[in-house]
Design a binder for this molecule. Structure first.
Ligand code: UDX
Length: 434
């Protein structure tokens, strides 16, 4: 099939690589000339585990092409909209301008029957609006608009593309359903493809992300309780997760969730519900609690060095989670910013996200070239991102570089018992500090 994908961000590009790997002919369209030039010359513009290799293969075979022109949608069987819907700077609702602009610009180039599939996270009813825009711009176009919500996690986008838990299709026409069935033909055997109404599919995306955000907030509150009661959150989460009704995923307590999706989607969901006169108390509590948590985490790091004048703070991790270079709404960046307000001296290290963090934190902190530098004369080291690699560090050797052996492990990566035998004061989430 011929597929055009509008937008080459964290959803569009991995999806493009994925569909091209499945032997579809894919053209990715983006207005950003610099990005398209880079992609055309074979440079992958964002980090995703395993993507670079596949990218090279499909580009070489000619299955994946790039252009800045909306002419790229010509003859496409499916046009996938994967442009950003960031929070509107004033209203905080999903900003729809990129979706609507894409619909307007692609409309004149549609030829033959085309399914416009919306993969961006958009408010319920957006499909109706996109349909209206295209019809106005091109009254003769033969098309249907469907909702095809995306559940890719950053850092695992390629894995998730090929191994989805489910594929949800929101389509109100049989003709469109048949085209989408063809698009996902190779998934038929292994994955449930759920066909629902367009508005239901649009809601599934928000409802799922808000639920996961709530699950994280729940386990974080439970961690607060464990710290006071003497229980251990790791053991509690394990015990809970063995119940299949609860499930063992997304029960890792930490500094609060971040990223480009959960904060944005929970806010958009709550605002959308307000418009319909529905109060979403659980989601509102989650949003407020998650925000407050970052400030509490900054205070927690300060607390462990409160006896030291001008403490030197080392930070492990800047990305909003492991496996990505993304720092959007990163708990690490928010905690660092809160510490900077109190005049902290910070040196940070990340495997992938340093360049992006520099754009936000500028020269307000020092960026370690080598991980070891974080430990140099540090009074405390704070673990802010759950990079698996941190677990394998030779902590005994690194500790010898520190001025004081203190660690605040907000991702519970290290073995507290072992660290204490090395003389550390070790503070982790959801267990009693000692
Ligand atoms: C999320 C959804 O998982 C994905 O389905 C959706 O389409 C896009 O949004 P993503 O933002 O890439 O994906 O990251 P995710 O892995 O869900 O993590 C989000 C945040 O929650 C991170 O800050 C992460 O560290 C945090 N988290 C996650 C926890 O604190 N504990 C957990 O148990 C899981």
């Amino acid at each position: 099939m011929k597929i055009a994908i509008v937008g080459t961000g964290y959803v569009g590009l991995p999806s493009g690589v994925g569909f091209a790997t499945l032997k579809h002919n894919v053209v990715c369209i983006d207005k950003d000339q610099e990005k398209i030039r880079a992609l055309q010359s074979g440079n992958v513009t964002l980090y995703e585990n395993g993507m670079e290799e596949l990218f090279g293969q499909v580009v070489k075979k000619g299955n994946l092409k790039f252009t800045t022109s909306f002419e790229g949608v010509k003859d496409a069987d499916v046009v996938i909209l994967a442009v950003g819907t960031p929070p509107h700077p004033k209203t905080k609702e999903a900003d729809m301008r990129y979706i609507y602009a894409a619909a307007e610009e692609l409309a004149p180039f549609l030829s033959g029957y085309t399914v416009i599939a919306d993969k961006s996270t958009v408010p319920v009813g957006t499909g109706d609006e996109v349909e209206k825009i295209i019809r106005q711009k091109n009254p003769n176009a033969d098309f249907d608009v469907v909702s095809l919500p995306e559940f890719l996690r950053e850092g695992y986008a390629i894995h998730d593309f090929f191994n989805p838990d489910r594929i949800v299709v929101g389509a109100d026409s049989k003709r469109a359903c048949d085209v989408i069935k063809e698009l996902y033909k190779s998934f038929e055997e292994k994955t449930q493809i759920l066909f629902v109404s367009r508005k239901s599919a649009e809601t599934v995306k928000y409802a799922s992300n808000a639920f996961l955000a709530m699950k994280i907030h729940y386990i974080n509150e439970m961690a607060d309780f464990c710290e006071k009661s003497g229980a251990d959150i790791g053991q509690v989460a394990k015990g809970m997760g063995l119940d299949k009704r609860i499930g063992n995923k997304f029960l890792n307590a930490g500094p609060g969730y971040g990223g480009s999706c959960f904060p944005k989607d929970t806010t958009a969901m709550a605002l959308m519900a307000q418009k319909y006169g529905v109060k979403m108390g659980l989601i509102e509590t989650t949003i407020a609690g998650n925000k407050a948590r970052k400030i509490k985490m900054a205070e927690r790091i300060f607390d462990i060095v409160k006896d030291i004048k001008n403490p030197k703070i080392g930070v492990l991790g800047l990305a909003f989670k492991n496996g990505t270079d993304d720092v959007r709404e990163s708990p690490a960046v928010e905690i660092i910013s809160a510490m900077l307000e109190k005049g902290a001296d910070i040196t940070a290290f990340d495997y992938q996200a340093t360049d992006n963090a520099k754009k936000v934190l500028l020269d307000k902190i020092k960026y370690a070239h080598a991980l070891e530098d974080v430990f140099d004369d540090a009074d405390v080291v704070a673990v802010l991102t759950e990079w698996e690699e941190f677990k394998a560090l030779n902590i005994e050797k690194l500790a010898s570089k520190m001025r004081h052996k203190r660690m605040v492990d907000l991702r519970n990566l290290f073995d507290g018992q072992y660290l204490r035998t090395l003389g550390f004061v070790y503070d982790a989430i959801g267990c009693v500090k000692n």
